[in-house]
Write a protein that binds this ligand. Sequence first.
Ligand code: HAM
Length: 414
Amino acid sequence: MIQAPRGTFDILPDSAAQRKVVEEQVEKVLGAAGYRRIETPTFEATDLFARGVGEATDIVQKEMYTFDDGGGRSLTLRPEGTAPVCRAYVEHGMHKLAQPVKLWYLSTFFRAEAPQRGRYRQFWQVGAEAIGSAAPETDAELIVLLADLLQALQVKETRLRLSSLGTPETRAEYREELKRFLRKHEDELSEEVRSRIDLNPLRAFDADDARTRSVMSDAPILLDRLNEDDAEHFAQVRALLDDAGIRYELDPTLVRGLDYYTRTVWEFTSDALGAQSGVGGGGRYDGLMEILDGPPTPGVGWAAGIERMLLAASDLAAPADLVDLFVALAKPDGNRTAFELAREARRAGLQAQLELAGRSLKGQLKHADRIHARWVAIVGENGVVTLKDMESGDQHDAPVQNVIPTILRGGAKS
Ligand code: HAM
């Protein structure tokens, strides 16, 4: 039997209804702040991600679905949305629009990761990007919008971690300082951390080993090394969040898996999730546009995983489908009046379903009840219809042309 590929899933109708609720909330929360939808292609030139996300990242090294398009061009299924949105910004000359350009997307993304609960190879993200503003208000506003969205979707037990990465230069200097520090304490570090001093010194902050942890409690932290402008920018973001009543933990070891970040970075986690606890995260990417050969343009944004938000909001209820009219057949053979009645009802704005399964009349009424139809029209010969009000149980005969006006008058489901 052929099954969906490992790490992918089908979205069945109940789940699609839930996701519609998510999309409506996204539109409401982001639309209210002037964000407008953008959708970019599912695949892009591989180089966009190699340069944008960063050659050295796990995403580019191990997780991309890359293929040759048959004409010698290397394409990649998008692993994330920020680089594509920046590409579109440059390609369409959006720097000529009023800045910042505020965009959102809700699309599928692809990463060849080991599948587990909350981690898939094809997954959905909602993302928001504000391109063309360096103001700390933009960072704070985006964080508030993500907090509002998580709250609107009743995502449980969320926590916000916040940090600033400063500039790439500050980061490079800091990295060297951290390496010097780690070398000085080499014999107190776990074997694993010691072997990765050059490759990934920041990993030392995540070590479980007790002695390593005690060394790291005195390690220099990047937040203390920010230049004056970056420190001031971060202080303003924090002040705005404080005023907005958004609680956060400062986490100077917060690392995001993408290389384009500068200054503010953040991540929302949910304790209601297991190992894959990151529901949504983002940050500022002031250098990305230039990496993509665009004009120097600051930007900031976030993305949140739809599946993780739904997992952490397990009681998100979708409204039930409404059926105004079920058109039943008195006799099972082809009945053009019934077919036409269902069509007319839909034209009049009603949700109308026609019997399609050759059920007995009793079976049809049972089915109408199961789908919570408000009215049933049993179409007999000569265009005579028995119209049954499923709420009161009353029924009467009527000419077919009276059915829709009666329903419209007597109460359709809404
Ligand atoms: P990211 O942290 O890599 O950021 O992904 C954002 C969210 O997507 C994660 O918090 C998680 O909820 C979800 N996610 C990531 N990978 C998977 C997966 N394999 N399965 C299920 N869900 C997943 C970005 O992608 C950046 N583009 C965010 C951003 C926008 N930064 C600035 N602007």
